[in-house]
Design a protein. Structure first.
Length: 140
């Protein structure tokens, strides 16, 4: 009986971690590219910000960011010219499906869904962030 309780407790703990937290994690790698009139602009300094933190990257480059339900803002600068963009967070289909399936075990499914939503694990940003300059910073 005691062994059964220990086993059930272990299964319960592993289930409440949430599907997305386990499958895709709380972080995401995003590439940042700056563009003017269809041409890539290199060596722009960018700041990425969401409600989970701030990251810095030179373009073209990548940053390993913490996922969130909130939008990701990108602010880039080169030679005194600034560019900005906002990128929406969207739910990860697999994470939502996994947590929805777990709702068949109501308490566990609700807890898993809550864990993934609170940690940001069920959300994703675009893999590549294209930040557009309105004037050419290379001509300054």
């Amino acid at each position: 009986m005691r062994l059964l309780l220990i086993f059930m407790f272990g299964v319960f703990i592993s289930l409440i971690q949430g599907c997305a937290s386990t499958a895709s994690g709380k972080n995401q790698s995003v590439s940042v590219v700056t563009v003017y009139d269809g041409e890539q602009i290199n060596e722009a300094s960018c700041t990425l910000t969401n409600d989970s933190g701030t990251w810095y990257v030179k373009t073209p480059g990548s940053a390993f960011i913490r996922k969130s339900s909130g939008d990701l803002s990108a602010s880039c600068k080169k030679n005194g010219v600034q560019a900005a963009g906002t990128f929406q967070s969207s739910t990860s289909g697999g994470a939502v499906a996994g947590n929805t399936a777990m709702l068949l075990i109501p308490i566990v499914g609700i807890v898993a869904y809550g864990v993934d939503a609170a940690s940001g694990a069920m959300f994703n940003y675009p893999d590549t962030l294209n930040v557009m300059f309105s004037e050419n910073p290379d001509k300054k």
